[in-house]
Design a protein around this ligand. Structure first.
Ligand code: SAM
Length: 260
């Protein structure tokens, strides 16, 4: 897997395709990640705390903070200028989590959702996240568990069909199972909190196909098969799996580290 190909987040296009699979699919039982993350830090109407969102992508958390009535300062950081231009509900800073441009102790709440698995030096990143979190503040780091989307990984391995394994060596991945060790190098207290178990129930074959197409730059170099062929086969396999019920169920393992 290529950890952070520049093409992946050059614009919103690929991330938006993956987000579409999540919004188009039913959750069983019902679950919504973004409010769950903000609930972990207790964001309330009229909240004046200073919030930093690192690896903000297209600004989903900034939008939700504003609509929840957060009125304090909001700063959104991303390595990719192409993502930052989409953020409308925060001040925007183009920076690397390994070298944040902010002063020490500047934020009450620091979010790093679904981004540390792209970062080569997680110890440097943890140190920076800690440095900008005010004493008494909280940093919430969101990531996936190693069994997240196992059915998807099996389907992709069948679509490639060469014996290729989609899962990288586990100690290279910033997972729910292993990520705490990196964060403990900087924070005194790191508590893992798992999201409630909830399947993604895929019913839209086009949304599924777009999702597979969107991860081309992470995997094409290593699979030895042209990615458009992988996409075609994955679509056919998903269609076959959906035939009996009209659904393809993907189990999830997602959660957060609450760091102080
Ligand atoms: C999977 S997206 C997550 C976006 C958003 N946090 C969310 O949960 O919807 C990962 C984001 O992290 C950004 N990113 C990757 N490496 C980074 C780094 N070293 N420093 C800051 N941002 C980074 C990418 O550009 C991308 O926007």
């Amino acid at each position: 897997m290529t950890q952070n190909p520049t093409t992946q987040y050059a614009s919103e296009a690929k991330l938006a395709k993956r987000q579409r699979l999540w919004t188009e699919s039913r959750r069983d039982p019902d679950f919504d990640l973004y409010p769950w993350v903000l609930d972990l830090v207790g964001v309330r109407d009229g909240d004046t705390r200073a919030v930093l969102d690192v690896g903000c992508g297209n600004g989903v958390y900034e939008h939700l903070l504003r609509t929840r009535g957060h009125v304090g300062p909001r700063v959104a950081v991303d390595l990719s200028p192409g993502m930052l231009v989409l953020v409308t509900d925060a001040a925007r800073v183009n920076a690397d989590v390994e070298r944040l441009a902010m002063t020490d102790d500047a934020f009450d709440v620091v979010l790093a959702p679904h981004m540390l698995y792209h970062v080569p030096d997680r110890v440097a990143a943890a140190s920076e996240l800690r440095r900008v979190t005010r004493s008494g503040g909280v940093c919430v780091v969101v990531t996936n568990g190693e069994s997240n989307f196992d059915e998807f990984k099996s389907l992709m391995e069948r679509a490639v069909g060469t014996g290729w394994k989609m899962w990288r060596p586990v100690d290279e991945y910033f997972s729910l199972e292993r990520g705490a060790a990196h964060l403990r190098t900087a924070f005194d207290s790191v508590t893992r909190v798992d999201c409630p178990s909830s399947d993604v129930v895929v019913t839209d074959l086009d949304a599924f196909t777009d999702y597979v197409a969107s991860i081309d730059d992470h995997y094409e170099a290593e699979v030895g098969v042209p990615w458009p062929d992988v996409v075609r086969r994955a679509r056919a396999l998903a269609n076959e799996a959906m035939e009996p019920t009209g659904e393809l169920r993907l189990t999830t393992s997602v959660g957060a580290f609450v760091c102080r």
